[in-house]
Design a protein around this ligand. Structure first.
Ligand code: PRP
Length: 215
């Protein structure tokens, strides 16, 4: 039997996902050792492998078939824009992708002025402004703490994830427009879905039952 490989976006999401897997009888005790520097973990009995990667790399591993299944946020899926099957919404990590900025920026947004948009998500920002709003903007790519940009005058607005809204509030910013809802998803490689349909479908179906219970 071949191994089925599962890529998890490391961090909080991976921990919650492993709880779901444990509930359906898929365990990987090796993964729980906080001191371990190991990157890949095997369950020999079930012929499964798990690995943790940077969230933005999960769609790449799944697209190339280096992982059959991936667990990652919809923000990353949209930004990476790869050909993957999106098979299940885990209903965790719920948040929104928003345009945010100081209250004064609302008028400039409304009048389609040529504003600067700082973001970790240039693909999502471009799609929203160019394809949905038909608005020309300048997109500035950042790698984190994007809320800084309008405060120090790098941009008028940001496109970023808003969960509780406290980062915005504490920095004098607010949601100006909502782009889409986000949550964690299970994605599957298109070839794996055909070749290992029975085993992958079984995992997905089992996960559905525990997710239903968690919500
Ligand atoms: C994310 C996001 C916001 C914040 C939103 O940042 O980019 O900054 O969380 O959460 P809130 O609405 O609950 O305040 P993250 O912690 O991932 O760090 P980063 O900004 O450095 O990417």
């Amino acid at each position: 039997m071949n191994y089925i490989t599962i890529a998890l976006a490391k961090g909080r999401l991976a921990k919650t996902t492993m709880k779901f897997f444990n509930e359906i009888g898929i365990t990987c005790p090796e993964m729980e050792d906080p001191n371990s520097r190991k990157l890949i973990f095997t369950n020999e009995e079930l012929k499964l492998k798990f690995f943790l990667s940077k969230p933005s790399d999960v769609p790449t591993y799944v697209d190339y078939g280096a992982a059959d299944i991936g667990v990652v946020g919809r923000d990353t899926i949209l930004e990476e824009n790869r050909k993957l099957y999106e098979v299940l919404d885990l209903g965790i990590g719920k948040c929104r992708m928003c345009v945010a900025g100081p209250a004064e920026a609302a008028e400039r947004l409304k009048h389609h002025e040529l504003i600067r948009v700082a973001t970790k998500y240039p693909v999502i920002a471009k799609d929203y402004f160019y394809n949905k709003k038909h608005q020309t903007v300048e997109i500035i790519k950042l790698h984190g703490s994007v809320e800084l940009a309008p405060i120090v005058g790098l941009s008028e607005v940001i496109v970023d994830i808003v969960e509780t809204g406290s980062t915005l509030r504490e920095n004098g910013l607010q949601v100006l427009e909502e782009i889409c809802d986000l949550s964690a998803k299970i994605v599957v490689n298109q070839v794996s879905m055909k070749m290992e349909n029975e085993r992958i479908s079984r995992i997905i179906e089992d996960l559905k039952t525990v997710i239903g219970r968690a919500q």
